[in-house]
Ligand binder design. Structure first.
Ligand code: SAM
Ligand code: 2KA
Ligand code: SF4
Ligand code: MG
Length: 264
């Protein structure tokens, strides 16, 4: 759902972690801002500053950033304040993530400021919202049916989000636009072989809809797991699937190194 659809609907604003009231002030709801190694994707291992915005339009049952989606918490930070804190680290790479960072209009201004200062920017996004911004790598993680918070899997309620999540999780037009405009990686969260038919279907639909080729090399399978214990269950299965289907495997380096500690 484009964020503009939710403007003016207070309940949506609140659910998404957006600011009520003072729309004119610039800034972003920041859940955490920290320095770490990029843990996922083609840039895994690269020292990077992470800016995690709060608020999301989806509700994956497995979300490893619960306090940006299911129970959003944040401090409001002005753009200058955010840039100054990023500058205080000695890094060339910035990862803007969330929650869903492209929900927020001011993510564009932040990315412009970072681009002006020469940073390489990665945006971690669920691929349901398009924005025009200087993004060096759009790290898109389209959400599969296995992410839907059914009553049995809802971490908080009784499946109240399932219908909305299901309706909004894939937007082929937005995905095709992101793929056309940016360097992308498509990073699918995988638990087992049951996820593969849907990945193939999304890819076939996207290849048909997009004006540019999508290489198998740009498709990454990432094991589901927010903890070392869970990853121990999923990672070798997902590695085998990557070899079987000819897609890339991505580790979750930060989970291997620091488990589920905050600010890692
Ligand atoms: C918290 S999300 C924030 C960005 C955006 N909302 C998204 O989903 O792409 C960051 C990354 O973590 C992944 N992720 C979240 N929970 C996960 C889990 N339990 N296991 C594996 N990956 C997970 C997402 O798919 C995404 O690639
Ligand atoms: N180290 C580390 N790498 C990451 N790559 C993507 C992350 C995210 O939450 O978007 C993430 C994260 O939370 N930590
Ligand atoms: S889209 Fe991303 S931030 Fe939102 S609930 Fe899913 S994993 Fe969490
Ligand atoms: Mg993370």
């Amino acid at each position: 759902m484009p964020v503009s659809d939710s403007v003016g609907r207070e309940s949506d604003r609140e659910t998404n972690g957006e600011r009520g009231g003072d729309e004119s002030a610039d800034g972003l709801p920041i859940n955490e801002l920290f320095y770490s190694l990029q843990g996922e994707g083609t840039l895994a291992g690269v020292p990077s500053v992470f800016v995690r915005t709060s608020g999301c339009n989806l509700r994956c049952w497995f979300c490893d950033s619960y306090h940006t989606s299911w129970e959003p918490t944040h401090a409001w930070m002005g753009l200058e304040e955010i840039v100054a804190e990023i500058d205080s680290y000695d890094a060339d790479h910035v990862v803007l993530t969330g929650g869903e960072p492209l929900l927020h209009e001011d993510s564009v201004a932040l990315l412009e400021a970072l681009d002006d200062r020469g940073y390489h920017t990665t945006v971690e996004t669920n691929g349901t919202i398009y924005r025009d911004a200087p993004i060096d790598l759009a790290s898109i993680s389209p959400k599969l049916a296995s992410s839907t918070p059914t009553p049995e899997r809802d971490p908080r309620g009784e499946g109240e989000w399932a219908e909305r999540h299901e309706a909004d999780r894939i937007d082929l037009e937005v995905l095709a636009r992101l793929v056309a405009e940016y360097d992308v990686q498509l990073k699918f969260v995988v638990t087992d072989a049951d996820d593969m038919p849907e990945i193939l279907e999304v890819l076939a639909d996207l290849r048909a809809a997009a004006d540019v080729p999508i290489r198998d090399d740009d498709v990454l399978l990432m094991p589901e797991g927010a903890t070392r214990e869970r990853l121990a269950d999923t990672r070798s299965r997902v590695a085998d699937l990557a070899m079987e289907y000819g897609f890339r495997y991505t580790p979750r380096l930060h989970v291997d190194l620091w488990n589920d500690a905050p600010e890692t």
